[in-house]
Design a protein. Structure first.
Length: 278
């Protein structure tokens, strides 16, 4: 039997297909809800770990720069010390005070340069120690986050294995149902569903109200919904409305309140007794 063109379906058939699609999509949402925030948590941990690795690379680069600066300063100290030794040796050969003063000043200058280099080396060594501490702390945090990531991935994989097959079957069913719905109607349904907080694009009437936003529906409109002659949407939230019986939901009949008996007042009772005596 050839499939009906979606445009040839009756309103009742369209509503039935839409409601089947809604229940299928809701079932998919439930499967995904089981995963909860795990995918996001895994992604966040992956990003954090990548950031920690980048930080460690930067710290290691800084340590190498400080060590290179230390090596350079030590080389300068050797050169300065060699100059001091040479100038001191020349002091024994000076011929006048001017030459002596010149050599003395050079020795003082080179000595100050050595002291300055030693100060720079001390500061750089301190920076290296600080960076090594940062590196150790970052490594500890990285190890902890890697353990967290492994745990979250195992948890997510376990849930995915449990729900993957069922979710794929539901997706296939949803795809088949969508093929039986007019493109414009399907687009409207998806737009409504996307804007709905609970993901419901089609709901049934509950206690004379919309099953989505719970605003009251006038009796005449409820009658129109039961007739299935046209697609009716809630004037408040925009969801497509169907009656409960169409959705396979049994509703309890409204219990009519019995009128209360009026109590006879004492005055009326007295009047009745007087009339009886007369």
């Amino acid at each position: 039997m050839a499939k009906k063109d979606p445009s040839e379906l009756s309103v009742e058939e369209k509503l039935s297909t839409l409601y089947q699609l809604q229940t299928t999509l809701s079932a998919i949402d439930e499967k995904r809800a089981l995963r909860g925030e795990l995918p996001l948590e895994v992604r966040d941990l992956e990003d954090e770990i990548a950031g920690l690795n980048t930080r460690m690379e930067h710290i290691n680069a800084e340590i190498e720069d400080f060590r290179a600066a230390i090596a350079q300063k030590r080389n300068e100290i050797e050169q300065n010390q060699a100059s001091v030794d040479r100038y001191k040796a020349q002091l024994d050969e000076v011929k006048n005070n001017r030459e002596y003063d010149t050599l003395t000043k050079e020795i003082e200058f080179q000595t100050l340069e050595i002291e300055l280099c030693n100060k720079k080396i001390k500061e750089a060594n301190q920076k290296v120690q600080e960076r090594q501490n940062d590196l150790a702390n970052t490594q500890a945090t990285l190890t902890e986050r890697q353990k967290d990531l492994e745990s979250k991935r195992d948890e997510l994989d376990s849930i995915m294995q449990e729900t993957r097959e069922a979710e794929e079957d539901l997706k296939e069913k949803a795809k088949e149902l969508e093929a039986r719905i007019e493109p414009r109607l399907l687009a409207s349904f998806k737009r409504i569903r996307k804007g709905a907080r609970n993901g419901l694009g089609i709901v049934y009437v509950q206690r004379d109200a919309c099953g989505g936003c719970f605003n009251k529906i006038p009796p005449q409109r409820q009658l129109d919904i039961k007739m299935h002659k046209k697609i009716i949407v809630c004037e408040y939230c925009g969801r497509i409305l169907i009656d409960p019986e169409f959705a396979g939901v049994k509703t309890e009949p409204a219990v009519e309140e019995k009128p209360k008996k009026k109590r006879t007042t004492r005055r009326k009772k007295a009047e009745t007794e007087e009339n009886a005596e007369a």
